[in-house]
Ligand binder design. Sequence first.
Ligand SMILES: Nc1ncnc2c1ncn2[C@@H]1O[C@H](COP(=O)(O)OP(=O)(O)OP(=O)(O)O)[C@@H](O)[C@H]1O
Ligand SMILES: [Mg+2]
Length: 137
Amino acid sequence: MEKDTLINENKLSIRSDKDYSIISSCLLNILKKIGVGTLKCAQTLFVCRELAVNVLVHGKGGDIIFSQISNANGQEGVRLTFSDKGPGIPDIRKALKGGFSTTGSLGVGLSTARDLSDDMHIESSSEGTTITVWVWK
Ligand SMILES: Nc1ncnc2c1ncn2[C@@H]1O[C@H](COP(=O)(O)OP(=O)(O)OP(=O)(O)O)[C@@H](O)[C@H]1O
Ligand SMILES: [Mg+2]
């Protein structure tokens, strides 16, 4: 897991599909402020979309914390933390391998989000799931 220093933080809830427009504009604001390039912005929006949909579909709703961060080298980035109190991920290893879905979907959201972010940390139990991703400029 990356070590980082917090610059700024914001929290929004994920209760319905409609919440995504405010979530994506909040994320885009931070990415632009940091000066993240277009491709990485698009990738990070994809990561955020997949993890937010998972919170809704699998976690029955939750929230997201947007953190503007820097590291020891002065590099800036964003840390996104998705939390829900759903049933938890039944098999994290399988879920990260891709092609595994408990809802008959493709099962590629989580593994692609991991591949498109710089780091991902998952904590999941029968009490809920917290997924953190780091994206550096
Ligand atoms: N927040 C969560 N809470 C509980 N289970 C989860 C959560 N996120 C993912 N999972 C589990 O991990 C599996 C894989 O997630 P992933 O996003 O890759 O696939 P999916 O959501 O089923 O399909 P899609 O390809 O449409 O995203 C899910 O089917 C689900 O069982
Ligand atoms: Mg998914």
